[in-house]
Design a protein around this ligand. Structure first.
Ligand SMILES: CC(C)(COP(=O)(O)OP(=O)(O)OC[C@H]1O[C@@H](n2cnc3c(N)ncnc32)[C@H](O)[C@@H]1OP(=O)(O)O)[C@@H](O)C(=O)NCCC(=O)NCCS
Length: 143
């Protein structure tokens, strides 16, 4: 069952550097901090969900022509399953369309596959691993 909703959140553009603590703490806590930096972070659009003034979830969008990709999607454990990720991903879909993308993909942790299916995304690759974690490429059209 979903957790109780939190107070209203606001979604804002943030810098790549602002995403790093949540990327690290939620996604790759056992890796060195620099592991969560993406080579082309400076070319991305980074969104943060704020609860009051606290940054509680992040996602990063990269657009290459008509193809958009999101990466490093992470919500603070205390704030998961309260609708914040849904708001962030909807924002990313909106922004990707606005920027002219016609498809959207991500490397999805299989743990989160059912979440992505809610957004019309489906597996388009075999399962692969990053360290011990199973992933598949998930994709959808934005048309
Ligand atoms: C995946 C994640 C970003 C989703 O954000 P969130 O704020 O928890 O998601 P929401 O609350 O908007 O979820 C919407 C619905 O999907 C469900 N859901 C959320 N995460 C899910 C998951 N991993 N698997 C299946 N369903 C999930 C929620 O229960 C909710 O269902 P409901 O509407 O019936 O209540 C967040 O849970 C997270 O950071 N997880 C750990 C890191 C991770 O796996 N990141 C993705 C890497 S590819």
């Amino acid at each position: 069952m979903a957790n109780a909703p939190l107070a209203p959140i606001t979604i804002r553009f943030i810098t790549p550097e602002q995403t790093y603590p949540l990327r690290h703490a939620v996604l790759w806590p056992d890796k060195p901090f620099d592991y969560v930096k993406v080579e082309n972070d400076s070319e991305g659009y980074h969104f943060g969900a704020f609860l009051a003034d606290e940054l509680v979830a992040v996602i990063s969008l990269f657009v290459d022509g008509e193809t958009a990709r999101f990466r490093k999607f992470a919500a603070h454990p205390d704030c998961q399953r309260r609708g914040i990720g849904t708001q962030l991903l909807n924002q990313v879909i909106h922004e990707a369309r606005r920027l002219g993308a016609t498809s959207l993909w991500c490397d999805a942790r299989l743990d989160a596959a059912d979440f992505y299916r809610r957004f019309g995304m489906d597996a388009v690759s075999e399962v692969f691993y990053k360290g011990p974690i199973p992933y598949a490429k998930f994709s959808r059209t934005l048309l």
